[in-house]
Design a protein around this ligand. Structure first.
Ligand code: FES
Ligand code: FES
Length: 197
């Protein structure tokens, strides 16, 4: 896994979380049928329970399911975007147990038992925007908006660690999040404005 700011984090999506596919070297005839029955016997899906924005979800998932896919396709929250699927862009940043992480770098099974916050969970129940969302709006910190959910999640985590960052600190802190519209100046100004509120 890679954290939202590009640092190594816990877990590794290349590890199969203890569930491995059967040997498929010979996939013809009776052996092929045997392999199918192995899947059935072993149960290819894994039950996980994850709290997302305060609501606990229990689902059967394939072990290969990425956390971002789980959030979008099983939980149904599509505010978390997929920009690259390869831990490069930060569009999929969420908070996992309070830390910003890139959710395409984790398997859903690795989040079993965790508490997740997505962009949908940032505003108050009455619709009042999170201060970081408000700062992005007031400082024109978004253009097409595709990177914005990930930027907001990474930026709030940044201010939690460093409540009074310099402009340089913000630029370094958000280096793992890319904006295809290249709106970095206003994104940085938004984060600084939020910090100075
Ligand atoms: Fe996860 Fe780009 S989609 S880092
Ligand atoms: Fe378009 Fe950042 S606002 S990708």
């Amino acid at each position: 896994m890679v954290t939202a700011r590009g640092r190594p984090g816990r877990g590794d999506p290349c590890q199969s979380a203890g569930v491995s596919a059967p040997n498929t070297a010979n996939t013809t005839g009776a052996d092929h049928d045997d392999h199918h029955s192995q899947y059935e016997r072993r149960g290819i899906n894994v039950e996980i329970s994850v709290t997302v924005n305060g609501v606990t979800h229990t689902n059967d998932v394939e072990p290969r399911t990425l956390l971002v896919q789980y959030i979008r396709e099983h939980v149904g929250l599509t505010g978390t975007n997929i920009g690259c699927d390869t831990s490069s862009c930060g569009a999929c940043s969420i908070h996992l147990d309070g830390e910003a992480v890139k959710s395409c770098t984790l398997l859903a099974v690795q989040a079993d038992g965790a508490a997740i916050t997505t962009i949908e969970g940032m505003a108050s129940a009455d619709g009042t925007l999170h201060p970081m969302q408000q700062a992005f709006m007031e400082n024109h910190g978004l253009q097409c908006g595709y990177c914005t959910p990930g930027m907001v999640m990474a930026a709030t985590s940044l201010l939690k660690e460093n409540p009074n960052p310099s402009e340089h600190d913000v630029r370094i802190g958000l280096e793992g999040n890319l904006c295809r519209c290249t709106g970095y100046h206003n994104i940085v100004q938004s984060v600084l404005a939020c910090a100075n509120k």
